[in-house]
Write a protein that binds this ligand. Structure first.
Ligand SMILES: [Zn+2]
Length: 132
């Protein structure tokens, strides 16, 4: 199954695009401003089903706005986990493989890997537990 999608820079652009759609899907939600919370609330209150996907933590394991508030006001939350590339445990963290301190690295999908809480570390601040 595939569905058409549209890339947008500002979440408020959704209002001009949604038309009479019954379902609105928003991916990579962690990259949008906190305006996403009001947009999702407005769409849901108007009777549309809003499905949001995104990372709930940044590369340091810190809650990634606006995801925490969205998860709190959502009717349903599913938190799928990956498999830790080091030990095979359920992985809730995104391990950055470079030392950049920027919260977002655009176009750097190969600079990350899934890790569990015990195997995750912050590059430049902590040692990689996989090396010990
Ligand atoms: Zn692990």
């Amino acid at each position: 199954m595939s569905l058409p999608s549209i890339n947008i820079q500002n979440i408020n652009e959704v209002y001009d695009l949604v038309g009479d759609a019954q379902v609105v899907g928003i991916d990579e939600a962690q990259f949008f401003s906190n305006d996403l919370i009001e947009v999702c609330t407005t769409l849901a209150n108007s009777g549309k089903r809003v499905v949001v996907a995104g990372l709930d933590q940044d590369y340091k394991g810190v809650p990634f706005d606006p995801m925490p508030e969205l998860m709190a006001i959502a009717e349903f939350v599913t938190k799928p986990l990956a498999i830790c590339v080091v030990c095979g445990s359920p992985a809730s963290r995104t391990q950055r493989k470079t030392a950049s301190g920027d919260r977002v690295l655009i176009g750097a999908s190969d600079s990350y890997e899934a890790r569990c809480r015990q195997c995750h570390y912050i590059p430049g601040e902590q040692e990689d537990p996989a090396l010990f």
